[in-house]
Design a protein around this ligand. Sequence first.
Ligand SMILES: Cc1cc2nc3c(=O)[nH]c(=O)nc-3n(C[C@H](O)[C@H](O)[C@H](O)COP(=O)(O)OP(=O)(O)OC[C@H]3O[C@@H](n4cnc5c(N)ncnc54)[C@H](O)[C@@H]3O)c2cc1C
Length: 390
Amino acid sequence: MSDKHIAIIGAGIGGMTAAVTLAKKGIKVSIFEQAPELSEVGAGLTITPNATKGLMYLGLEKQMKEVGMAHTQQGVRHFETGEMIVPLERGEKMLEKYGAYQFQAHRADVHNVLIDELKLHNSNTIYTNHELIDLNEKNNSVELVFSNNETHEVDFVIGADGNRSAVRKIILGDDDPQFAGYVAWRGLVPVELLGEDDFDECGSSAFIAPGRVFARYLVRNGELYNYVAFLATDEWAEEGWAIPSKVDIVMDIFSDYNQQVKNIIAATPANDLFKWGIFAREPVSKWSTKNITLLGDAAHPLEPFMGQGASLAIEDGVVLGRIIEDSESSDEIVSRYEAARIERAHFVTEHSKRAGARFTGIDPEKYTKEEHKNEEELGLFNYHPGDVIV
Ligand SMILES: Cc1cc2nc3c(=O)[nH]c(=O)nc-3n(C[C@H](O)[C@H](O)[C@H](O)COP(=O)(O)OP(=O)(O)OC[C@H]3O[C@@H](n4cnc5c(N)ncnc54)[C@H](O)[C@@H]3O)c2cc1C
């Protein structure tokens, strides 16, 4: 299929990874993004070694070292005392064990790495202001219909349009995401607003309490603290990446946390605090029709407790690009891609859900190293999307 024209709906991390993979293989790709521009919205992301290996396959290791931080220590800690419960070795240890670093970075910086790379290979292929509203699938092609009244015809479509995917709705029907029982706040705090005691050897920590998690890590060369503060609740919240919130609300919910956490919350600039509701779906065993498939959050939205959302989308993008390159037909793409990815995505979906329940559902005094079965303990870092047999 390397002589075909592929459309990607959604220029997020997953869509852009697929685009770069295809463009580097000389495959014609057009990306359609609903937003008027590819903006700086978002905060921190974790790119674990499984995904870093995908970016290395695309030749982006140097760029990731420039924008990402490979913290040497990570840990699960007691909310009140800050005491380390589960220390996790990162940094060079990741390189030794898995052949790739774990990075934490601003989403916009990772996004820009992918956009810049795409421009080197295949310019003028990102159409912004293109909200997909319909797809008309024919035997060997697909017509794309946009809200700006444009239509385009391509050979194969990748729906990388996130948790509220229009492509998914068109091809799989009505399985709307359900509120997963967590509201989260994310903040970005310039470090110059903090004091010496607000930092320690652990560049990345998750402080756990009954019903709550506060995870914070440094990004942008240590210039910013990124945090995500989760509250388990039955109250439904709006979904979206840019719903403003207030420092007082977060402070109130985390008022019994240790002083370092409270200082970070208190220092959050008013325009850099957003909230969102966590929405999930039941895993499905089919992501595709004959000429259309899904990747990333559109295929398998995850609860964010193992930091695998972006990483799994990167894996999908690389694997799908490799399969498109050497498949003879759309049928072959779909069957090889689903065989390669669905089982792994279901596994990560299930364990991300369990991780949230584990973090928030237990008295931290009783949380043990043995209890902690997260991304590394489950073997997720061994995967190599550029090398796995597909
Ligand atoms: C603006 C934004 C900010 C985010 N910030 C964070 C963050 O701070 N921390 C974090 O952990 N995760 C964040 N995420 C989510 C994270 O990027 C994803 O969970 C993960 O990277 C999987 O990516 P994805 O490519 O599957 O989906 P997404 O990153 O959600 O990308 C989907 C893309 O599709 C576009 N799109 C949606 N519908 C249509 C349509 N009908 N037609 C055309 N385009 C469409 C969206 O505008 C978006 O650009 C953010 C996502 C977005 C969209």
